[in-house]
Write a protein that binds this ligand. Structure first.
Ligand SMILES: [Zn+2]
Length: 488
């Protein structure tokens, strides 16, 4: 009835120019349909594909073309170590500029311990500190009970999900769990099980550092798809980036580590999966106090990952492809130790891109004479943390990373710590106990560090010595020591 009355109304109405326009459009549409009768309407180009270049309507093809001709003005081309070091200085400064820079002045940390709890095998401290005057970082320090301090601290960064709780054995309801689940598998707990201290921090925008509307809303046990967008987009309006903010928090975490007697600032590692792995790569590139980086499910090319898949906006650094690809950014870690792992079935960071990117990273390390300090594991699995080779690797790389890197300035606390460790190692012809965690599974192997390398760190030190090193992975250890020799 309603339809009938409406029709009759139209029937007596005067025909307007608008009506004529509608009628004309209908005829054109009918004509288009007649030409391709089976085609379902998908948009204004239906029926006109033979009249226009449809590829020129495709924004992805446009970005691909841009990528193919991306300037990459500062991509790695060095042939010698000296050239490579010069390249690093220039690109590191550029990368810091692109992520938005760091504040000129570091504000007081004002650290505070919120809670200390004992667990079998480790002690867990919940702490906060001020990264910036109006930004507080929350973290957990997991310190091993069966190792002697000072411990090698590994900064652990979560990927998208529930935030830092998902790294330290806390389930969705805030209860302690012992079964390692979800895609991150409590890797901070795994770090402490490997004899190092884990310093797991909440990145800005994740977990308890989310927009309260998000944090306390229905997605409180995770992230809504666009949870990061309001504040991460706002950062861009100030010429800043989420990555810059997160990297600065990592840098401030090292400042915090330096205030803790039980942690060794000369052996700082950094690790994470997914966005946490991306952040690890950028952090290790910029912050040279990081001695070892472990990027899980993240090393790739920008082209094959965040340009080809819908990623969170917090992964994007404006302008980077004018200067460098991800392998160049990762190459800024050389010759400090670098480990990458990827699952064959990772659809977010496809392994083809991971392998290609790692090959480029490896080449950079080889120019530094430190090829063995960059390793990759590709495993059969999806986008998830594995750590099978990466975690046993960390205690070794934190040692080798120190000895291979010339950036340790004499007179610094880091230098003094290194010197003390080396002296102890060589005096006793065995490594300090805290170098490696596993006293139970030790296999022994003999490694040599050459004169120049030790001589770089100290002219006072007796250099004609053998370092007898032991580690959970003797082969790996041997490789590192060789790498250390090569790196000098
Ligand atoms: Zn995000």
């Amino acid at each position: 009835m309603e339809i009938m009355s409406e029709t009759s109304k139209i029937g007596v109405r005067r025909v307007t120019r608008r009506d004529l326009g509608v009628a004309l459009a209908s005829i054109t549409a009918m004509e288009a349909c007649r030409r391709s009768p089976r085609q379902k309407y998908t948009g204004a180009l239906n029926g006109f594909n033979d009249k226009v270049d449809t590829a020129a309507f495709n924004p992805m093809l446009h970005t691909r073309k841009l990528q193919e001709s991306a300037p990459l003005r500062m991509t790695f081309r060095a042939k010698t170590r000296a050239e490579a070091e010069q390249w690093q200085r220039s690109l590191r400064a550029k990368v810091l500029e692109l992520v938005g820079g760091f504040p000129e002045k570091r504000s007081p940390l004002q650290p505070q311990t919120l809670e200390v709890r004992d667990f079998p095998g480790y002690r867990r401290e919940k702490f906060v500190f001020q990264s910036r005057p109006d930004l507080t970082v929350l973290g957990y320090l997991l310190a091993p009970k069966d190792a002697e301090p000072p411990y090698a601290p590994v900064i652990a960064l979560p990927g998208h999900g529930r935030g830092v709780d998902d790294l330290v054995g806390i389930d969705r309801k805030g209860r302690d769990r012992t079964v390692k689940v979800d895609y991150q598998y409590d890797y901070a707990v795994q770090v402490v099980e490997h004899g190092m201290a884990a310093v797991a921090i909440e990145p800005i925008g994740f977990g308890c550092r989310r927009d309260p509307r998000e944090r306390d809303g229905p997605a409180r046990n995770g992230l809504d798809q666009f949870a990061c967008y309001p504040w991460a987009s706002a950062a861009l309006l100030f010429g800043q980036t989420t990555m810059g903010w997160r990297v600065y928090d990592v840098s401030r975490t090292i400042d915090w580590i330096e205030t803790r007697k039980e942690l060794d600032p000369a052996r700082v590692g950094c690790m994470g999966i997914s966005n946490g792995g991306e952040c690890t790569i950028w952090a290790a590139a910029i912050e040279t106090r990081i001695r070892a980086a472990f990027a899980s499910g993240s090393l790739n090319t920008f082209r094959d990952s965040i340009m080809s898949y819908i990623h969170c906006i917090d992964c994007y650094v404006p302008g980077i492809l004018n200067w460098a690809e991800m392998y160049d950014v990762a190459g800024l870690t050389a010759p400090r130790a670098f480990f990458a792992e990827s699952g064959e079935k990772d659809v977010i960071f496809p392994t083809s891109g991971s392998r290609a990117s790692f090959e480029r990273v490896k080449r950079i390390y080889e120019v530094f004479g430190a090829g063995a300090l960059a390793e990759q594991e590709v495993f059969d699995g999806p986008h998830r943390f594995r750590g099978k080779r990466g975690l046993p690797f960390l205690p070794n790389i934190s040692v080798a990373g120190i000895s291979a890197d010339r950036a340790c300035p004499p007179g610094s606390r880091e230098f003094e710590s290194l010197l003390a460790q080396l002296r102890m190692a060589f005096d006793d012809h065995r490594p300090p106990q805290d170098f490696f965690r596993s006293k139970r599974k030790i296999k022994r192997s003999t490694c040599f560090l050459n004169k120049e390398e030790i001589g770089f760190h100290t002219s006072r030190f007796p250099v004609d010595s053998r370092l007898v090193s032991s580690s959970p992975r003797a082969t790996s250890s041997l490789n590192w020591c060789r790498a250390g020799r090569l790196a000098s």
